[in-house]
Write a protein that binds this ligand. Structure first.
Ligand code: 5AD
Ligand code: SF4
Length: 459
């Protein structure tokens, strides 16, 4: 069998795609790079906003046409698959295999079955399954929990991924050990709300450490860099900030979604914290990690959001001074409380506010990134950048970074870089030696032509 997998959505989905893909390989499947070569196409879906759902519809439309012309098995997994909305789409587009986020290990059964196979149960066995580490990659994801116990009124995730289930620390450390043996240098601990790790359904689990202590444990594994995503402010304790500060491998990067700066909107979103409480967490983070790089998620145009509410979000952005942000216009999702109870604002209003927020974010990211010019950063290089003659990677603070190739360093690795230029979305620098001197660059064949495409010129 030749299988092709397509992934939408978050890092959790990337992890899940890797998990299912490695199952397929263990059944003898060959993974191919395009739909044209494949006899099984599996789409890992996201349901968090309308756009990723539309995207899935359009890909399925193309696949259904292909299926009319030649043998093709169509599969759909992930968050959308779990919803009635997704199942309707699956029926319409003749999907053969449907796997919700809790049923991924049914992939074997699904392929053995001669008829349509739909797996929609939540099975804890997922946590005991250790997928093989990614091959030839320095970065890996590591799931520490699944699902979410919060009930934010806009969010479909508690429905698609179910209540929170923490993974036993032994399984986490076993998977990490395999990743380290495979050469992984940066691990990102994943969960919908990693800070609540070890406390499922409000009950502390015996034998599970707190998230702060899990960070300390993972810090002792010898992994070079640790990141984690994502956190709910309500569960962000000062001990997490302290564990970050005292564990050298934990990167100075915190993604703490705020969603809105208005207490009225936060209440209607059922976020369970106030603007003031959120700012208190930020102050704690800065107290323990003065150079923390801060990122957030913001939804603009939540039902009932007034101009004054939105201005509260703008002022909170200034008060925190985020390094980066994921910003979204509210998308009414069937099955969520806000869809049921509140009226959606006009699209133009949401777009107008989103545009204003993006301008603010760009301004702050420019300022924050510019402040790093002249600094020395540890950059995990992944390989060739878009522009020929350059390598790309990211810092401990998650800044995408581009450097000219130097003699002797051609690919992946963790290296020291002096930053010499920055834009809102990118930093540029030079690889340096132990004395801080620039390493000799690889001569580029046509310097004038290279200069034309040099990212330094794109600033
Ligand atoms: N509309 C817009 N954005 C949403 N998010 C979650 N649900 C919605 C929605 N209905 C955003 C939140 C969350 C991120 C993953 O997606 O900001 O943190
Ligand atoms: Fe990830 Fe949420 Fe999208 Fe599911 S709905 S794929 S958890 S972002």
């Amino acid at each position: 069998m030749k299988a092709h997998l397509i992934t939408y959505g978050c890092q959790m989905n990337e992890y899940d795609t890797h998990l299912v893909q490695s199952q397929l390989v263990s059944f003898g499947a060959q993974i191919v790079d395009s739909v044209d070569e494949a006899d099984f196409v599996l789409i890992n879906t996201c349901a968090v906003r309308g756009k990723p759902v539309d995207k899935v519809r359009s890909v399925l439309g193309t696949l259904r046409k292909l299926k009319a012309e030649r043998p093709l098995v169509i599969g759909m997994m992930g968050c959308l698959a779990q919803l009635e909305e997704g199942q309707q789409i699956a029926r319409k587009f003749e999907v053969d295999v449907l796997l919700g986020p809790g049923s991924l290990l049914d992939i074997g059964k699904a392929l053995e079955s001669n008829e349509r196979f739909w797996g929609l149960q939540f099975k804890d066995e997922l946590h005991d399954h250790i997928p093989p580490p990614p091959q030839g990659k320095l970065q890996a994801h590591l799931t520490i929990m699944r699902g979410c116990d919060h009930h934010c009124t806009y969010c479909i995730v508690p429905t698609t991924r179910g209540p929170q289930v923490s993974r036993h620390p032994d399984q986490i450390l076993r998977e990490l050990e395999m990743q380290l043996a495979a050469g992984v240098q940066e691990v990102t601990l994943l969960g919908q709300n990693v800070n609540a790790y070890g406390v499922d359904g409000g009950a502390k689990l015996a034998g599970y450490p707190s998230f702060a202590n899990l960070l300390r444990m993972v810090g002792q594994s010898g992994v070079r860099r640790i990141k984690f995503t994502t956190s709910h402010p309500m569960n962000f304790t000062e001990d997490v900030a302290a564990a970050m500060a005292e564990t050298p491998a934990v990167c100075e990067f915190v993604h703490l979604p705020v969603q809105s700066g208005s207490n009225r909107v936060l209440r209607r979103m059922a976020r369970e914290y106030t603007r003031e409480e959120y700012l208190h967490h930020i102050a704690n983070i800065r107290k323990h990690i003065p150079n923390a790089v801060l990122a957030t998620d913001i939804i603009v145009g939540f039902p009932g959001e007034t101009e004054a509410d939105f201005e509260d979000t703008l002022s909170l952005y200034d008060e925190v001074g985020y390094d980066s942000a994921y910003m979204f216009a509210y998308s009414a999702r069937p099955g969520t409380p806000s869809y049921k109870h509140f009226e959606d604002l006009p699209r133009e209003l949401k777009v107008e506010r989103l545009t204003r927020l993006i301008a603010k974010q760009k301004d702050w990211s420019a300022r924050k990134n510019a402040a790093h010019v002249g600094s020395i950063q540890e950059v995990l290089l992944r390989g060739d950048a878009f522009s020929e003659g350059f390598l790309e990677g990211h810092t401990r603070g998650n800044h995408p970074t581009v450097v000219p190739k130097v003699l002797g360093i051609t690919g992946a690795g963790v290296h020291r870089v002096r930053i010499n230029q920055a834009t809102p979305h990118m930093m540029y620098g030079n690889l340096i030696d132990a004395n801080g001197e620039n390493l000799p660059e690889v001569p580029r064949f046509a310097p004038e032509a290279a200069a034309l495409v040099s990212p330094l010129q794109m600033a």
